[in-house]
Design a protein around this ligand. Structure first.
Ligand code: SF4
Length: 378
């Protein structure tokens, strides 16, 4: 039986952060009830196509799923279990933000089988949190961690951002130290990319705040890699670090081109060789009809390239054994020229067995210039 990941999108947030271009609304809580009804119907409707799949990961993301009443989340969890075949070792994640998470909410999540929680901290520096427009303080984060742990969560992720205008290397180091001392199992640390259309982008373009220094951004990244590895986290994806065995199985599906179904406003899916994206228009979504802004069948050549590009997000690179099973072609034979060029540039290594390449891990240089690798497979 094939396996499937489920992504559920919750597009509500208390307030919009200045860097955010995710599909989320601070002023639509009044639509919560009808949104969740539509979501339940979508689960019922679409699950029918997936009777021959077992769901082994669920990720409730957003937005801020912890900003809505837990009853909505519980009903979604029940609808998933009622409509899909669920694996015994299901990884079930919910995203949350400090300031919206309580011990009661955490207990409710645990009751319906959620066993992994992601808490968005971004920075432990109050000035930076304020600048980003976050609704919480560092203390709120510490309270959230306590709430999650006392409720019984053992697998906890924290999201961090670096390369923020005004953020010093010391400020980021302090954030990393505090995050590690919180005793969590997973850290995602992303370099800030100012997205067009966000207030931050306008502030940078108009010169109101200076663009972050590229050199400091890299110093922060290198420090995070070194410090987190020393602290017992394995660096398994460009921006992700995990205690052994706590890698995000759901996110690995994206990087390993495994199948997933996205449910909710603007959610993306990949299955049967198709990439699909739900409508991003709330009124259209609430009508309960399946409307897509993307619905494309990917040809095999493109799919193989995507496999390479996404696989190179992982520090150990795309898996040649998986590639062989999926496409019945040897990865090295297929991409010999590209792989040799990338090795020549010092961006990847060849892991050899009996003189034959069996893996293509990223080098330190490759981690910094991953875009150069991706570009070869566009
Ligand atoms: S909490 Fe997350 S999703 Fe919501 S506005 Fe901030 S960055 Fe965007």
């Amino acid at each position: 039986m094939k396996t499937l990941g489920l992504y559920i999108h919750i597009p509500f947030c208390v307030k919009k952060c200045i860097y955010c271009d995710f599909l989320s609304f601070p002023d639509r809580f009044g639509q919560c009830e009808i949104y969740f009804k539509a979501l339940e119907k979508e689960i019922e409707r679409k699950s029918k196509q997936f009777k021959h799949y077992t769901v082994d990961t669920v990720f409730i993301g957003g937005g801020t799923p912890s900003s809505v009443d837990t009853l909505f989340i519980s009903n979604i969890a029940i609808a998933i279990k009622d409509n899909f075949k669920i694996a015994k070792d299901l990884e079930f994640t919910i995203e949350s933000n400090p300031g919206t998470l309580t011990r009661h909410k955490c207990l409710d999540y645990m009751k319906v089988g959620i066993n992994r929680i992601s808490i968005g901290l971004q920075s432990a520096d109050e000035k930076i949190l304020k600048f980003l427009g976050r609704i919480h303080t560092y203390e709120d984060y510490a309270d959230s961690i306590l709430a999650a742990k006392t409720a019984g969560f053992k697998n906890i992720n924290t999201d961090l951002i670096f390369g923020i205008p005004g953020q010093s290397l010391d400020s980021f180091k302090d954030t990393l130290h505090k995050t590690v001392s919180a005793g969590i199992t997973h850290i995602s640390a992303y370099s800030l990319i100012p997205e067009e259309g966000t207030p931050l982008f306008d502030m940078l373009e108009s010169g109101k705040v200076p663009y972050p220094d590229d050199g400091i951004d890299r110093e922060m990244y290198h420090y995070a890699c070194e410090f987190l590895e020393k602290s017992g986290f394995e660096h398994y994806e460009i921006s992700n670090f995990a205690v052994k065995g706590c890698e995000s199985r759901h996110n690995l599906k994206y990087w390993e081109e495994k199948e997933y179904l996205g449910l909710g406003l603007g959610a993306s899916s990949f299955y049967d060789g198709k990439r699909i994206k739900n409508t991003t228009d709330m009124d259209t979504y609430l009508k309960g009809k399946d409307e897509y802004i993307e619905d494309i069948k990917i040809d095999k050549e493109t799919e193989m390239k995507e496999f390479m590009m996404l696989g190179f997000r992982k520090t150990k690179g795309p898996d040649p054994a998986d590639f062989k099973v999926k496409y019945r072609i040897d990865m090295y034979e297929k991409y010999r020229i590209d792989l040799n060029i990338l090795r020549g540039k010092g961006l990847i290594d060849f892991k050899l067995e009996k003189g034959k390449p069996v893996g293509f891990p990223l080098t330190e240089k490759g981690l910094d210039f991953a875009n150069e690798i991706f570009e070869r497979f566009v």
